[in-house]
Write a protein that binds this ligand. Structure first.
Ligand SMILES: Nc1ncnc2c1ncn2[C@@H]1O[C@H](COP(=O)(O)OP(=O)(O)OP(=O)(O)O)[C@@H](O)[C@H]1O
Ligand SMILES: [Mg+2]
Length: 353
């Protein structure tokens, strides 16, 4: 699948704007604050139904507007699919005395409203930006989010299980609090335990598979990395074993929401503790390439690669690796400095003012 074009209406700094993309490489060139990252965010939104960095989704609506629209056309084996997301602040002023309440987000495929789990997966991307370069050293939350973003792109059941798990977790934590504060019976926990174990099992299984896949991929040039899955196993027995502590803490202590993974170098050294900054960045680059290959392996197609201003962060040798990778699928690159992309072949340019 390829993204052909995207139309933005009141999305971030864009009032109305149409961008068209090459099936090969498109370079978006523009000074700081011209909206380069915002364009990639809009494509990520069409892919996943979510932002990769907004704290609240309303942030994506233009300051002066109440409704933002992102509409993209994706081509798959001859057919075209129109994907659309509509974001609002939860109400719309339509001239009546009180503003009308409406949904904060709508997702549509060919004009038909869809649930998140059915909207995602129609257009697959791998997004790589400077913020990813801290993946090795940053908090486990980021690494879990990374695994979720990758696997969710290719596995509807994973999307369903994750949503169900998150909801179940919130309910179970609320119940733990009520057991502690109001002394209600623990019997209700059983229902939530079962739900968490069922969905949690699937989530850990798929995370394990992704990590095994990454470990089987090639290293970067001469460097080899390895991941170790630090799994917080979930089972009814484990949940029961921790019940006392969970009630005291009013929070669920085991399960995939506590998962992590760590990076090791070839010599089995922990990359987050012993690696140089450069080596840690290379670890992330390696993992991003593994992500592309994993998505291709599962779905049969390479995702569109979105590179946000990444060249200025890498040294020559690794810039070269990224350039080479960009030839293998549709790639959209942003940069403030066009000189980094001079070596790329077959590229189309979009210039932002
Ligand atoms: N909701 C919004 N409404 C209007 N403008 C917004 C909104 N959210 C962000 N912006 C503006 O978008 C601009 C930033 O866009 P973006 O981050 O895409 O720029 P960029 O070209 O990637 O810049 P850089 O080269 O610094 O990374 C900022 O000037 C910011 O004020
Ligand atoms: Mg940017």
């Amino acid at each position: 699948m390829l993204i052909q074009k995207v139309r933005l209406n009141d999305f971030r700094n864009f009032k109305t704007k149409l961008f068209e993309f090459s099936p090969k490489t498109t370079v978006i060139i523009g000074p700081n604050a011209s909206g380069k990252t915002n364009i990639l965010e809009s494509l990520f939104l069409l892919s996943t139904g979510k932002s990769f960095h907004a704290r609240v989704e309303e942030e994506m609506v233009n300051y002066d507007a109440d409704l933002a629209r992102v509409k993209g056309r994706v081509k798959t084996d001859g057919a075209v699919v129109d994907l659309e997301t509509v974001l609002t602040r939860g109400f719309l002023d339509i001239g009546k005395s009180a503003p009308e309440k409406i949904a904060k987000k709508r997702l549509l495929v060919n004009g038909v409203g869809k649930r998140l789990i059915d909207f995602a997966g129609n257009f697959r991307v791998t997004l790589f930006g400077p913020w990813d370069l801290d993946l090795v050293t940053e908090s486990p939350t980021l690494r879990r989010r990374f695994m979720d973003t990758v696997i969710s792109q290719v596995d509807r059941e994973y999307r369903r299980a994750s949503l169900s798990y998150e909801k179940g977790l919130r309910q179970r934590n609320r119940l733990l609090l009520r057991i502690r504060e109001e002394g209600i019976s623990r019997s209700q926990l059983l229902f939530w335990n079962k739900l968490l174990v069922k969905n949690g099992d699937y989530i850990s299984l798929k995370r394990q598979e992704f990590i095994d896949f990454a470990n089987a991929t090639q290293g970067l040039n001469t460097q080899k990395f390895e991941l170790e899955y630090d799994k917080s196993a979930i089972s009814e027995a484990r949940l029961e074993q921790y019940t006392e502590e969970e009630v005291a803490a009013a929070t669920t202590l085991v399960g995939p929401h506590r998962d992590d993974f760590c990076f090791f170098t070839e010599k089995k050294r922990d990359l987050s503790r012993f690696g140089s900054r450069g080596e840690q960045r290379m670890g992330t680059l390696w993992l991003k390439i593994a992500e592309l290959e994993y998505i291709e392996h599962i779905s049969g197609e390479r995702p569109t690669l979105l590179l946000d201003d990444i060249f200025s962060e890498l040294d020559d040798a690794h810039r070269e690796v990224v350039m080479k990778t960009s030839n293998s699928q549709q790639t959209i690159i942003t940069t403030a400095d066009p000189h980094f992309t001079e070596k790329l072949k077959k590229l189309e340019k979009i210039s932002l003012p």
